[in-house]
Design a protein around this ligand. Structure first.
Ligand code: SR1
Ligand code: MG
Length: 394
């Protein structure tokens, strides 16, 4: 049976995933392959296929026609597999050192066959275990600068950029973000999921009109500002790392949106460790500072040397753009902090704290910091003043 000749979607099993790998000639004939479904994300199947004899392995990722985290009652098309494959290709050209290699994609089966990164660890998991990845923030700063500059009007020119905007229209996954990040946590939505003991804290959010105004402003930016091609879900579960290497995976939420969104997700997901990991607080504050400083330095260099818009090259305009990205990033980071505490999709940094009092304390700090970032994002236009606020607030 040929999986490649089929013209209809079917979910793979560990057996059919091996057949697909063989049919693609990614391993020698008659090889003995093992396969394990290892997906632990919210949406997809992930098969690790391994040739024990040659110690060679690949990943086959397949989109399911529903959100795995909820089940078949939340249908989704599998179009996101094409968005992810296309985004991996674009980001791979721009920042190959930080993106897994793609070997094959199939829009009908909704699969992406790619490099196995199991020699690395998911950054969130490593951080929770107490590992530090000294280069991760430098790498993420560079990744952000390259992907956010090279996909912008200033690198592509407006005509090609508009073609790219069209290619990456991603309404289904944008709706997930619009609902889960910008809408549901701010009213008594069915999708919300928070601890009973936080009821009063969450109600205070629902009743905070000033906060909801600012979230609407940020949501408007997410809905309407097609600045750059975003990864769209750049949390520490989308990053593999070790001491020397960093790879960004899973760009199925990619679309043209405000640059500060990806930066803000990185900052927020490092802030979870600032909040929960008291002995290592300074390590993660330093990581945040490095992400921004490396991003700013590299983005400035690209802006000055590769900008196609002569008029936009002025120092004043670059400063205006960077301040906007920074303020947006803090606002989006605040939204990420709140939604991971109140909304449907949580993070293990907080939920894995076993002792109830400590966990609730961490979640209350997360909510408080989230509110400050959203409401006061325009008050700190420098990374140092932002970091000193974080230290004071915690
Ligand atoms: C239904 S999907 C829930 C969350 O998982 C993804 O990784 C995104 O963060 C999304 O918000
Ligand atoms: Mg993902």
């Amino acid at each position: 049976m040929s999986l490649l000749k089929q013209e209809s979607y079917q979910p793979l099993t560990e057996t059919t995933a091996v057949l697909l790998a063989l049919e693609l000639n990614l391993f020698d004939e008659h090889v003995n392959l093992t396969c394990k479904e290892i997906g632990d994300g919210n949406l997809n199947l992930v098969f690790l296929i391994f040739d024990q004899a040659k110690r060679k392995s690949i990943i086959i990722k397949q989109a399911l026609p529903y959100a795995k985290v909820v089940g078949e009652s939340w249908p989704l098309t599998v179009k996101r597999a094409k968005i992810e494959a296309d985004a991996l290709t674009v980001f791979g050209h721009i920042a190959s050192e930080y993106v897994p290699s793609v070997y094959y994609t199939d829009d009908c089966l909704a699969v992406t066959v790619m490099e196995d990164l199991s020699h690395l660890t998911i950054a969130r998991t490593g951080f929770i275990k107490g590992n530090n990845y000294p280069l991760i923030s430098k790498h993420l700063g560079e990744y952000l600068a390259k992907t956010l500059f090279y996909t912008s009007d200033y690198a592509l020119g407006p005509a090609i950029k508009k073609e790219q905007v069209q290619r990456f229209i991603n309404p289904e996954l944008c709706k997930i973000t619009e609902d889960l990040i910008f809408t549901d946590p701010y009213y008594n939505a069915e999708t919300n999921d928070f601890e009973q003991s936080l009821q009063k804290d969450v109600e205070a959010i629902w009743n905070d009109d000033e906060l909801k105004f600012h979230v609407s402003v940020l949501k408007k930016s997410f809905l309407t500002e097609a600045e750059v091609l975003l990864h769209g879900d750049l949390h520490t579960g989308s990053v593999f790392a070790d001491e020397s290497e960093t790879k960004v995976i899973d760009p199925e939420f990619a679309f043209y949106g405000p640059a500060g969104f990806d930066i803000g997700q990185v900052i927020a997901n490092l802030l979870f460790q600032v909040i929960v990991s008291i002995p290592k607080r300074d390590v993660f504050l330093d990581h945040i500072e490095t992400v921004w400083n490396v991003f700013e330095g590299k983005f400035t260099q690209l802006w000055e040397t590769e900008n196609k818009d002569e008029q936009a090259k002025s120092k004043e305009f670059l400063e205006f753009v960077l301040i906007k990205y920074f303020e947006d990033a803090l606002g989006f980071a605040g939204c990420e902090l709140i939604r991971r505490t109140v909304g449907l999709a949580h993070v293990a940094d907080l939920d894995s704290i076993k002792e109830e009092d400590a966990r609730l304390k961490a979640k209350r700090k997360t909510l408080a910091l989230g509110k400050i970032l959203i409401k006061q994002r325009k008050e700190f236009n420098r990374i140092a003043s932002f970091l000193s606020l974080v230290k004071d607030a915690l």
